[in-house]
Ligand binder design. Sequence first.
Ligand SMILES: N[C@@H](CCC[C@H](N)C(=O)O)C(=O)O
Length: 409
Amino acid sequence: MQCSSNINTYRRVNSREIQGASLHLAARHRSIRDGDSGRVNFSPLLEATAMAIGATISVPLTSPTCRTLASVNKLSLHSLRSSLPTTQRTFKYPNSRLVASSMSTDAPVKTSSASFLHRKETGFLDFAKFHGLGNDFVLIDNRDSSEPRISADKAVQLCDRNFGVGADGVIFVLPGINGTDYTMRIFNSDGSEPEMCGNGVRCFAKFVSQLENLHGSHSFTIHTGAGLIIPEVLEDGNVRVDMGEPILKASDVPTKLPMNKENAVVKSELAVDGVIWHVTCVSMGNPHCVTFSREGNQNLLVDELKLADIGPKFEHHEVFPARTNTEFVQVLSNSHLKMRVWERGAGATLACGTGACATVVAAVLEGRAGRNCTVDLPGGPLQIEWREEDNHVYMTGSADVVYYGSLPL
Ligand SMILES: N[C@@H](CCC[C@H](N)C(=O)O)C(=O)O
């Protein structure tokens, strides 16, 4: 896997100013259910407040009743596009209103998710808020341009949990390159741009399914800074992602820690804050430092760790020239791990998909677990398999929409 050259390197953005709406404020208030549509609308007062400050929010409780595209099953979107007659291939850059109206066949609602999703009002940014096990993102439909609709600075403002929408990152659905269906780019909440995001790519897949009105099992190809990533939306709504091969070569992770004869860093000693930690370094396109133990303590009890104290010391350690994500892992059994994460550019998050993948790779390399594991994260479990046959890592887990919003740019 190669990092593409259009991925910017890390930089801190200090601006915390937010213009426009206090969406978060409105989103925190209790909402009332609109029984017929199965959707939640904010109370008239809050709705009015949101409008007054230039923002709207709508929240889906259940998926709209939809026509099933049976032909999509098991086909990649790419192959689907080329096999459908032209008249049915309107959804690549859809006439938004058309697609919106075909979304629901028996329960038309005045503010359906589809119509909201396909709104394109000048001067406004329409977005969807998603989360993968509590790792939350603002998703932006950017299919009409290969340049992200908002800057890194604006992403920092949106991610602010007090003055913005509140999220761990902002993700853009861009046109595909190199023959892929889509390109994914992401800004962390600090404005830096990582190569890849595991939970984010599951959210990306569900968002694309909504935008393209896809149902049943389907998959597509995504170009990322970590190379080709292939998510498959399953019948049960979960998403399985082929995350590609882990990178173990120290200089590619990258880390300056001393490597073994295979050029990998496995169970190496790292001094952080006067304590020796045993770490294994893995890149899933983005860098990870995984630790199961420290000197005199063979199995970490992760609930006892003060993540906010030690996390930043790993992230900014001199042996990690591109900074690092750090996973603190407790082994529960040969197939069950418990993990807490300190993310580069985002801090403590409730889950990290690439981190869970790196964790299982590290557990196998250290002989602590098998290749098929459940990884428990603060936000819920992920199933991770490091498959021997193809050396690829597969991640399966949930991804859910929280609400759709719109705010002035
Ligand atoms: N939460 C993500 C990882 C997001 C990127 C990370 N913070 C980095 O800078 O590498 C995941 O689910 O993988």
